[in-house]
Design a protein around this ligand. Structure first.
Ligand SMILES: [Zn+2]
Length: 456
């Protein structure tokens, strides 16, 4: 029998296991004794470990944070890294998000695609290899984490507590054909005080909700007397609206939202607001601050005027998104998300950005940096995985680079491989998340073959 045939025999069992897994609402909650991410997440980890045991696989776990099952012998280990935690269901579902409803050849439910479906499929794939007793010279381990959606502290724990590091492997938590490059991602926050003077002053500025989203609205409240207000109201800017208020003028800017990894697909409303403010006669520190932000960033999204623009042919441009701006009469706060190309370093851009903000009187108050990931297309691991994908699907098998970050960054020697096929609808994190049952089985077959070839 082939791996595919064994998996086909197990189809009903696989579906049944996935439904049971989906029925456990593994959304992060408050930590409890023995449940660092809450009771639901712990229950899902326990369920998955007992499933793997019932399939006859060797199991292990660390700190109720990461579980795994394993097959084979050898000093080296190859891994598949999935996760069992899910994002909250949110609104807009037409089916129960935690029932595992099967309809029209699809299984619906939170986690079916991200990432319970691929994880359960991986466990069945490993079980199929064991059933056929295929000879391997490396152990194969399917790891299931429990905190991917809210910070991946699970994998930090695994690494800090002696969890074995694979020599190769993949996380089925991205897309096909294969992601071999993920830009470095930095979220950086700056703050400064602002002493105002003159007839025109900032009362409040607010725009943006998260660093990784291009703001589509932003507003400023400007305090001034009636005469100054009249002058301000003559300003004409596209997508900026001015209205007279009892304190002076309110300015509203409209943009187009986009993901922070592709800011060029949107229009930054905060940047637009700053450009409009820059045309008004602010004095003193307020004027300096607005000039700095409008001239160095404005609506740019590649860091050009900050002098941090970087590019490589593999992953494209550095992206920059001014994601949040908040100000009141005395203090300004902002958060920038920038992502540098996979062959560049943080030291090529991060320090330069910081230095310019500090020169403009800002203080860096927070910085989170996720390094880039890059595995050359010529590497054995990438070639092996792409060969499996190409043979199984008959589709072009070229690796891709992305601006987002996947779970692959959390464990060395791992790349994102599957579960989403090119052109398929992406419903992860959305209402009515589903996985086509045929796609689930296709994934299981690809995973099984990929694991086996990496290990043999
Ligand atoms: Zn995921």
């Amino acid at each position: 029998m082939t791996l595919k045939e064994v998996l086909a025999q197990e189809k009903e069992n696989l579906l049944c296991s996935l439904r049971e897994c989906v029925r456990i609402r593994s959304v992060r909650e408050e930590a409890e004794e023995g449940a660092p991410y809450g009771r639901g997440v712990r229950a899902c980890l326990d369920y998955t470990l007992s499933l793997a045991k019932s399939l006859g696989l060797h199991c292990g776990e660390l700190g109720h944070q990461v579980g795994w099952c394993e097959y084979g012998e050898g000093n080296e280990m190859v891994a598949v890294l999935g996760h069992l935690d899910v994002v909250p269901e949110g609104d807009g579902w037409t089916v129960d998000p935690y029932q595992g409803v099967i309809r029209d050849g699809k299984i619906y439910g939170r986690g079916t695609m991200d990432d319970k479906g691929p994880t359960i499929a991986s466990i069945y794939a490993l079980s199929a290899i064991q059933r056929l007793g295929l000879p391997v010279r490396r152990r194969i381990r399917v790891l299931f984490g429990t905190n991917e959606e809210t910070g991946s502290a699970d994998m930090k724990y695994y690494r800090a507590n002696g969890g074995e590091i694979p020599v190769a492997g993949f996380t089925p938590d991205g897309e096909y054909p294969l992601v071999n490059g993920e830009k470095g991602i930095v979220n950086v926050s700056f703050e400064r005080d602002c002493v105002q003077r003159g007839a025109l002053r900032i009362r409040k500025i607010s725009g943006g909700t998260a660093p990784n989203v291009v703001p589509d609205t932003a507003f400023a409240e400007l305090s001034c007397d009636a005469k100054t207000a009249e002058a301000v109201l003559t300003l004409k800017e596209k997508q900026v609206r001015l209205i007279k208020t009892e304190y002076g003028v309110r300015m509203d800017a409209v943009g187009v939202s986009a993901h922070g990894s592709t800011p060029w697909q949107g229009e930054n409303a905060v940047g637009r607001l700053l450009l409009a403010l820059h045309r008004l006669p602010f004095e003193g520190e307020t004027g300096e601050l607005i000039a700095f932000l409008a001239e160095r960033i404005g609506m740019e999204c590649r860091g050009e005027s900050l002098g941090i623009h970087l590019h490589d042919d593999i992953s494209g441009d550095l992206s920059l998104n001014l994601g949040v701006l908040q100000a009141d009469e005395t203090r300004w706060k902002l958060v920038i998300n920038f992502r540098y190309p996979v062959t560049k370093r943080y030291s090529d851009c991060g320090p330069k950005l910081k230095q310019q903000f500090e020169a403009a009187g800002f203080m860096l108050t927070d910085e989170v940096h996720k390094e880039c990931l890059y595995v050359p297309a010529e590497s054995e691991m990438v070639k092996t995985l792409l060969a499996v994908y190409g043979e199984k699907t008959g589709l072009p098998a070229k690796p891709i680079c992305i601006g987002g970050g996947t779970y692959a960054k959390m464990l060395p020697n791992i790349v994102a491989f599957g579960p989403i096929f090119p052109g398929d609808e992406v419903r992860e994190h959305k209402p009515d998340e589903y996985m086509e049952i045929d796609r689930l089985m296709e994934n299981a077959d690809i995973f099984a073959e990929a694991m086996y070839r990496l290990a043999k």
